[in-house]
Structures are given as structure tokens and as C-alpha cells.
Design a protein around this ligand. Structure first.
Ligand code: ATR
Length: 283
């Protein structure tokens, strides 16, 4: 008897808006390279249709999802089990559909740490780190940075209550790291900072300023701006002019995608193929 052909597996990114996502290019290139019969699509779903969307996963043969703005928390009611890291971060960016229900992961922070350590060869252990922002991206980055045992993480956010909350969560789950909620940029202690990370959305728009006065940037500092929607930001330009090492968030996007791919398929993600699809020249 002829073997029944397995159904095409569907993956995708759920968001609103989600049209400009780079993830379809990255994942479809990987499926094609590994000859996996699957497609990665964009699911731009209005908030009022979210419940219907989750009810239709089986019918649509959806096996896995990336979750983006504004649904990284709205998905919680549909998830059967979340990893401890996703709980700590308070956001899910990757979902695996299983017969027993949906599993929720957060690969953003781990993706950041992989890019930092594997590609940029920056070992956070014993280092002084300063973080701008205390939103979802910051929480993901900080939770994973703590696993790498830096000496200090100082966080500044415009809304200080979020910084205090984040420092509290990190303190509850780690020890031996000096965790500080700075009440101004001046208190970030940038003079002896090894790694400065911008997790805020400042820099995404044309003519956005840098939150940090260029005078605080110094040689020997790695400046990592999570923004990847543009080649450079004012912060990155200033950092280059002050001879700092500079990175943007494309590497983090690549690694969070590779981690999601592994969760969904169990296969080793083809890094070169995926980075080429993102337009990354050197990884
Ligand atoms: P994400 O999931 O991308 O982190 P988010 O949770 O909405 O998105 O967080 C956005 C971050 O950018 C926050 O730290 C936000 O600061 P507030 O909490 O004070 O709003 C920060 N941010 C956005 N616009 C900003 C601005 N103009 N100046 C300073 N910080 C800004």
C-alpha cells in the first residue's frame, strides 16, 4: 500500500501588525534547505479574533508559532505549560502545538545571550553591564544575562516602577549579582561599564535621539542596540565614533529564531542559511 503523504506543516508569526516580520524569510529558507515539508506564514490577527484564531490551530495544521507585539502576554490563557524562564520574563515569544496543548517558551533572552557569547565572544561573567529600558525585551535579556553571572547589572527606565519590579524579579531568582535600579542615566555608572544595552524602542524611528550622552561612551565598551529595523541608530553612530564595539539586534533575531526552529522541529537549525536570509553577512 502506498504510504500516505504527511500533511504540510504550518508555522508562523502571530502579531498585529506583523506584515514586516523578517521571520518568514529566515524559517522558510531553513525548511527548504533541510527539505522539511513546512511553510512559515504571517498571521496578522486583530485582537477581537484572537480566540477564534487559537481555536482554529488544529484545522489549519499549525504546529508552531512565534508571538510578537501585542500578544506576548495575551497568549497566556491559551498556553498549557510555560517554561520557568518565560514565566520570569512574563512573555511568550514561541509556542509549540502538541496533542496535549500549547507549550510556551521565550527564546528572546537566550537568543541575545547566544549572539553575545558565540558571535561577539563577550563573556558576561564578572562584567559590569548597563541596561536602558525595563520592558519585555529588557526582562528577557536581563533574565538570561543573570544566568551568565555578571558582576553588576544597572538598569535605567523612564518609568522607574518597571525597573524596581524587574530588579525584584531578578533578585528573587539569582544571587551574587549586584542588581541596581538607576534613577537616571548618570547613575548607570557607565564609566566602568563593559556592556551597554539599549532595549528601548528609542532608535527605531528616523531622527530618534540617543538616550545616552556620547561623552559616557568609551573604548573597551561593547554597545549593543536591540533595534534591528535600521542599519544604525544614533547610539550606535556615537558608539562607533568613540571607538566602542557595536552590535545591533539582528543577531539576537537570528538566534531566537534558531532556538524556536529547534523547539518546533527537533532539528539543528542551519545557521548560515538563516543568517543569509536575514541579510546578515558575517555571523
Ligand atoms: P519591548 O517588548 O520591545 O521591550 P515594551 O515592553 O513596550 O516593548 O518596552 C518599551 C521600552 O522602551 C520601555 O522600557 C519604555 O520605557 P517606559 O517603560 O518608561 O515607557 C522604553 N521607551 C519607549 N519610548 C521611550 C522614550 N521616548 N524614552 C525612553 N524610553 C522609552
Amino acid at each position: 500500500m502506498a504510504k500516505k503523504k504527511a500533511a504540510l506543516k504550518i508555522f508562523g508569526v502571530l502579531g498585529y501588525p506583523a506584515k514586516h516580520s523578517l521571520s518568514p524569510a529566515m524559517h522558510n529558507a531553513a525548511f527548504k534547505f533541510l527539505k522539511i515539508d513546512a511553510r512559515y506564514r504571517i498571521f496578522e490577527v486583530e485582537p477581537s479574533k484572537l480566540k477564534d484564531f487559537f481555536s482554529s490551530l488544529g484545522r489549519r495544521a499549525i504546529c508552531g508559532l512565534n508571538i510578537t507585539i501585542p500578544y506576548k502576554q495575551s497568549v497566556f490563557p491559551y498556553i498549557r505549560h510555560m517554561t520557568p524562564e518565560a514565566v520570569m520574563i512574563g512573555a511568550v515569544n514561541t509556542v509549540k502545538v502538541t496533542p496535549k496543548g500549547l507549550l510556551g517558551y521565550n527564546t528572546d533572552g537566550e537568543g541575545f545571550l547566544h549572539h553575545l557569547t558565540k558571535d561577539l565572544l563577550f563573556d558576561p561573567r564578572g562584567k559590569n553591564i548597563a541596561v536602558l529600558g525595563a520592558g519585555g525585551a529588557s526582562r528577557a535579556v536581563c533574565v538570561y544575562l543573570c544566568k551568565a553571572k555578571p558582576k553588576r547589572i544597572v538598569i535605567f527606565n523612564r518609568d522607574r516602577s518597571k525597573t524596581i519590579d524587574l530588579v525584584h524579579v531578578l533578585n528573587m531568582n539569582t544571587s551574587g549579582i549586584d542588581l541596581v535600579a538607576a534613577d537616571s542615566i548618570a547613575h548607570l555608572r557607565l564609566e566602568d561599564t563593559d556592556l551597554l544595552i539599549n532595549t528601548t524602542s528609542v532608535g527605531m524611528k528616523d531622527n530618534d535621539p540617543s538616550l545616552v550622552d556620547a561623552g559616557y561612551l568609551h573604548k573597551g565598551m561593547l554597545v549593543y542596540d536591540l533595534v534591528y529595523s535600521r542599519k544604525s541608530t544614533r547610539l550606535m553612530d556615537d558608539a562607533r565614533a568613540r571607538s566602542c564595539r557595536v552590535a545591533n539586534g539582528l543577531g539576537m533575531l537570528l538566534y531566537q529564531g534558531m532556538l524556536a526552529f529547534k523547539i518546533w522541529t527537533g532539528r539543528t537549525p542551519p545557521k548560515k542559511v538563516m543568517s543569509k536570509a536575514l541579510g546578515l553577512r558575517k555571523t
